[in-house]
Write a protein that binds this ligand. Structure first.
Ligand code: 4NP
Length: 159
């Protein structure tokens, strides 16, 4: 089982959006039994809360289920247990790297690092910008590329 964790600040806007989109892609590819998806926040303000209304609205628009998704805070064990830890922006990446030993930071990357031709490296935070459409665009593109990489790294030639 390959374990993927998306991380943002509050775990109510960007990373639950990524979790829902990626979970949907994994399901459509028939990989539900191979790839486990979760999300968490570096902050603790919204623990137990469902995704932000703006995230709910855009996911509903694109018919992506967010059933069962609730905010939690990232914990030390996550860094040991997840194979791919995907930060939404450079601050999240910095905070995650602070939580772990320097030898174990290789599996922590920003989502848009997987988009070779991306003009931006950080997913803008719609909690502040209010632009959930822009976030959806960037997150879904990043998730597509991430899934390609995970498939290449783990499944190619192993069927
Ligand atoms: P997120 O956005 O990191 O994409 O979930 C935020 C949500 C809440 C807060 C900050 C960012 N907050 O300060 O409560």
């Amino acid at each position: 089982m390959i374990k993927v964790l998306f991380v943002c600040l509050g775990n109510i806007c960007r990373s639950p959006m990524a979790e829902a989109i990626f979970r949907d892609m994994v399901k459509k590819e028939g990989l539900t039994n191979d790839i486990q998806v979760d999300s968490a926040g570096t902050g603790d303000w919204h623990i137990g809360h469902p995704p932000h209304k703006g995230t709910q609205t855009i996911l509903t628009k694109y018919k992506v289920s967010f059933e069962g998704i609730k905010a939690r805070k990232v914990i030390q064990e996550d860094l040991e247990q997840f194979d791919y830890i995907i930060a939404m922006d450079s601050d999240n990446l910095k905070n995650l790297k602070k939580m772990t030993s320097t030898t174990k930071t290789g599996q922590i990357k920003r989502l848009l690092d997987f988009v070779e031709d991306s003009k931006v490296t950080d997913v803008p935070d719609p909690y502040y910008t209010g632009n959930f459409d822009e976030t959806y665009e960037l997150v879904s593109n990043g998730c597509k590329r991430l899934l390609d990489v995970i498939k290449k790294e783990n499944f190619v030639g192993k069927e």
